[in-house]
Write a protein that binds this ligand. Sequence first.
Ligand code: ADP
Ligand code: MG
Length: 138
Amino acid sequence: MTASPAETEALAARLAARLAVGDVVAVSGELGAGKTTFVRGAARALGFPGTVSSPTFTIGHRYEAPTPVAHLDLYRITGLDAEEWGDLEPYFDGTVAFVEWPEHGGDWLPVARATVTLEHVDESHRRVRITSEDDLGL
Ligand code: ADP
Ligand code: MG
């Protein structure tokens, strides 16, 4: 459970410390659950100093940092086809990639190293679950 956006960012930073280029993180949860906040904390921890905002009106952002970070939001995607996947694929190349609304990516997305699920508890609290096949020590 986190009690503020700052706590969610700090938790994301702990996950980020375990990640390497090539890793994909699926970030699930309803609108306003804190997905973008989580990605912001992770991108900061990976060395990106700039603004991390929702890519809802584009498909994704690529943040150039010591560890490049991709930030995708598939909210508007309804069933990818090969051509659309071709547009998305470069985001995964040489980055740690965070994907909001991964459910909309179907089977095209690379297998996630970790899955983060955020749930509203109340205005300032979120339940955050991080699952992975690997022991991330979180
Ligand atoms: P999403 O990307 O899931 O739609 P955002 O990260 O854009 O969500 O927005 C989450 C909103 O909830 C922000 O306004 C943030 O300030 C607020 N918030 C309140 N408490 C928390 C918390 N514990 N963790 C994350 N965000 C929180
Ligand atoms: Mg978002």
